[in-house]
Design a protein around this ligand. Structure first.
Ligand code: SAM
Length: 334
């Protein structure tokens, strides 16, 4: 077990498998910035499956038990089920999850499940087509996404829904989303809009806090707090009084949780970060491709983690939010 300067353990790993996405969500990859001339990573820049597997094994040997694959849109990565089946065979790795916009999930669900994927977080910000389309800015409507969620559930994947709420954009969808997913018995988590990257024009006024969202929900539903399932659980969980279905809040702006953050992140090009809001990462791909042994790789990761002292969300101000060095969510992986 290794710990950082604040005694935080290394427990979870997020790996971005691609920086491309087929959505252009206004708050994440605005089309003006991520247009047709945007320079996404070339095939050679991306970590190859052997490299992802090798890195994962090293992190698992250091104590990581949970892995989440993300992006960009991870389902755009060719042969993703092959990667998952390789990762699922790593001894000691207890849980593999995926974050996706679900646009391609339906047809891949069975293969993903058979490969060893257990859990999927689907990002869905509205049920109303007009709102959803104005968020994704790519012509995707809600109905096929819901169909894909049904198919994934039928394939045996454990699904949760994540909804980023931005004031004035989709806050009118809080209650319809809650009602719909409560009926289906699927956990919905509301995520506060964050100042990741530097292209989404974030400011505090756009943030719908947990308090705001809770107030809206409690006009309609009685919510009972649920104890965290493990140390470092990101969502604050509740259950509807008249059902076992849960609803959660991810309060990275209004009630920060840096002190229990046990996550390491590896971007699709192999840069290793210890914070979503970091400016610089450590290029593991260079080490991998220049002949480092597993022990040497392990030592650089340990050294980086032990020096970790970031706690960005605790220090956030309007000024830090404008900092120009913050990397984009589509690059580091959400
Ligand atoms: N394409 C996949 C998806 O849609 O889930 C994975 C990548 S996406 C960057 C991961 C998550 O980050 C999504 O749930 C997205 O809504 C969320 N996200 C992106 N920008 C955000 C922001 N500024 N604040 C909060 N969440 C954000």
């Amino acid at each position: 077990m290794i710990t950082d300067k604040f005694g935080r353990r290394l427990q979870d790993l997020r790996i971005s498998v691609i920086d491309r996405c087929n959505f252009r969500c206004r708050y994440c990859m605005p089309r003006e910035v991520f247009g047709s001339d945007y320079a996404f990573m070339s095939k050679d820049e991306l970590l190859q499956f052997d490299e992802i597997e090798r890195i994962t094994k090293i992190f698992v040997a250091l104590g990581v038990k949970k892995l989440r694959l993300t992006g960009g849109e991870p389902l755009l990565r060719k042969d993703l089920p092959d990667l998952i089946s390789r990762l699922a065979r790593i001894p000691g790795l207890e849980d593999i999850a995926l974050t996706t916009n679900a646009s391609l999930l339906g047809k891949m669900a069975t293969d993903l499940k058979e490969a060893g994927l257990q859990r999927v977080n689907v990002s869905l910000d509205a049920l109303d087509d007009q709102t959803f389309m104005s968020v994704n800015d790519s012509g995707f409507s809600v109905h096929p996404i819901i169909e894909n969620i049904y198919q994934a559930t039928e394939a045996g994947l454990d699904i949760k829904i994540n909804m980023v709420v931005k004031k004035g954009l989709n806050d009118h969808q809080i209650l319809p989303m809650a009602r719909f997913f409560k009926e289906l018995g699927i956990t919905l988590r509301f995520i506060e809009f964050m100042d990741v990257g530097q292209t989404n024009g974030w400011n505090f006024e756009h943030v719908m806090t947990k308090k705001d969202m809770y107030q809206q929900l409690s006009k309609q539903y009685e919510l009972i707090p649920v104890e965290p399932a493990y140390f470092g659980e990101v969502a604050q969980r509740y259950r509807y009084r008249d059902s076992s279905t849960e609803v959660g809040f991810i309060t990275s702006v209004s009630e920060t949780f840096c002190s229990s953050c046990t996550r390491a992140r590896v971007a699709a090009d192999g840069h290793f970060f210890t914070c979503l809001f970091a400016g610089e990462g450590m290029n593991l791909k260079d080490f991998l491709r220049s002949g480092f042994t597993d022990d040497e790789l392990r030592d650089v990761i340990i050294d980086r983690w032990q020096k970790r002292d970031d706690r960005y969300s605790e220090l956030r101000t309007e000024e830090t939010a404008k900092r120009s060095s913050k990397i984009e969510m589509s690059y580091i992986g959400g």
